[in-house]
Design a protein around this ligand. Sequence first.
Ligand code: TYD
Length: 134
Amino acid sequence: MKRIRLIKFRIVKDRRGNLAFIEGMKDARFQIRRIYYIYDVPGGSKRGGHGHKKLEQIIIAINGSFDLYATDGKQEKRFHLFKPDHGVFLPKNTWREITNFSSGAVCLVIASQRYNIKDYLHTYTEFKKWTARK
Ligand code: TYD
């Protein structure tokens, strides 16, 4: 079973700066089908606050920082993301909440599926019901 975990991406460093890269099926562990990003987040905002049935994602603080809470319904994990060469892998059946965005923070998300509202579990009750069936 795939677990919620922090991933360190491969980087190439030279005197011109750093280059980090993420390849589908390799660093990402899934085929990449969508990229989206959250930015211009007003202070105090909360993003996420839902679960996904099948979707797998990697969440990256590409600029600035934020906190990520993720749970599979049993194990709870908390991360403070602040480095563009680190990301958190979220397997299917995961609930996530993103808070405490710094000014100028950009949250980059790499996803295994295109946007599909049917994959969302909108409330924690709905999420618990779904994971109980697994
Ligand atoms: P949502 O996933 O609820 O964002 P968050 O978890 O940060 O609160 O999506 C917010 C809105 O954006 C919602 O109306 C659907 C739309 N959306 C897309 O159209 N495509 C996407 O890939 C995503 C992630 C969201």
